[in-house]
Ligand binder design. Structure first.
Ligand code: AMP
Ligand code: ZN
Length: 324
């Protein structure tokens, strides 16, 4: 009989912990490199960065390439501010699925007395945000949100397609440079029949994949598993996977031993927004919708991770694909 030391954790747990620690280290190393090489600027809150010229150069090229790839859609261009009215946000049901990612805006509406109380609290080094009142505005977590309230109650039978890019905010502070709190997605949205919405999602997956691969990134297309909140959320997440509603374009930013990261997605909402916003197609049926989303910062940072922080040294094919 051989006597071995008793490990404090089971071997399987140790392997999981080692892998999590290795992933954290890989994330920290990429973050440190992006900061040291002057690609991103640390703003002092996890997942909030300033961006420099080199970042902006690649980001702009990524966005332009994404737009070129969807040119044949002839989508209507819409742009929105980074905040949306609470009433519109309500109708998306986002707070039911992702309360932990949502964030609202508050403003000061008090009088002189309340202002003095606020300043006194501040003087004592206390938090003073409780003196602010909800402003009925939410930070937009997905840039397509405002469009559903704007198309009226009927879309033509062939549907309508939109090109929307803008700020997204999700309250998920992290030291992973791929997980930001404030970021941008460029979405190509279709509102139409069940068939046209499904065709929008499925028909464009191959070209999105080809585009991302032309950037020299290894891409897999996998069913998405969104972080729906709570116990009811577990059911919604299962439903999303079982019904194959949403696909993600993932790339192994941190190497083959770790979960790859989603840098874009293709999402079929079925009648979710059509029902909430009362949208029908010309034949009277509830409209379906689908979104293709390019995560602009994630694609940009995946490029820096794969090819280095100096775009002038990137492979010629990659620079050509990006028109850099
Ligand atoms: P989603 O609506 O969750 O599919 O998001 C669309 C795309 O936005 C994703 O495929 C990501 O590329 C990007 N994205 C989502 N969350 C974040 C985040 N926290 N930081 C940076 N990019 C994100
Ligand atoms: Zn969308």
């Amino acid at each position: 009989m051989t006597i071995t030391e008793h490990p404090t954790t089971a071997p399987a747990d140790t392997a999981v912990a080692d892998s999590a620690a290795a992933l954290d280290a890989a994330r920290a190393a990429l973050r440190a490199r992006l900061l040291a090489d002057g690609v991103l600027i640390d703003l002092g809150s996890p997942g909030l960065y300033g961006r420099t010229g080199v970042f902006e150069r690649v980001y702009t090229a990524v966005d332009a390439a994404a737009v070129r790839s969807q040119h044949d859609l002839d989508a209507e261009v819409l742009r929105f501010p980074p905040v949306e009215p609470l009433a519109a946000f309500e109708r998306t049901d986002y707070i039911a699925s992702f309360p932990d990612l949502a964030a609202s805006i508050s403003g000061f509406t008090g009088d002189d007395r309340t202002h003095r109380a606020l300043l006194a609290a501040r003087e004592r080094g206390e938090r003073w945000e409780s003196f602010l009142q909800p402003a009925d505005l939410m930070l937009t977590p997905a840039v397509c949100h405002p469009v559903y309230g704007l198309v009226g109650d009927t879309v033509p039978q062939e549907g309508r397609s939109f090109d929307i890019v803008g700020d997204s905010f999700r309250r998920e502070p992290s030291l992973d440079p791929m997980r930001l709190q404030a970021f941008h997605m460029h979405e190509f949205v279709h509102i139409g029949t069940p068939a046209s919405a499904e065709a929008h999602r499925d028909g464009r997956i191959p070209m999105m994949r080809a585009l991302l691969e032309s950037f020299g990134l290894a891409i897999d297309v996998v069913p998405a598993n969104d972080p729906f909140f709570g116990r009811v959320g577990q059911m919604l997440a299962r439903n999303q996977v079982e019904q194959s509603l949403k696909f993600e374009f993932v790339t192994p930013v941190y190497g083959p031993d770790h979960e790859p990261t989603a840098i874009s997605s293709a999402n079929l909402h079925e009648d979710h927004f059509g029902t909430s916003f009362g949208i029908r197609t010309a034949d009277g049926a509830v409209a379906h919708s689908a979104c293709l989303a390019f995560g602009l910062e994630r694609i940009t940072i995946a490029l820096f991770a794969a090819h280095g922080t100096d775009p002038d040294t990137w492979p010629t094919e990659v620079r050509t694909a990006l028109a850099l």
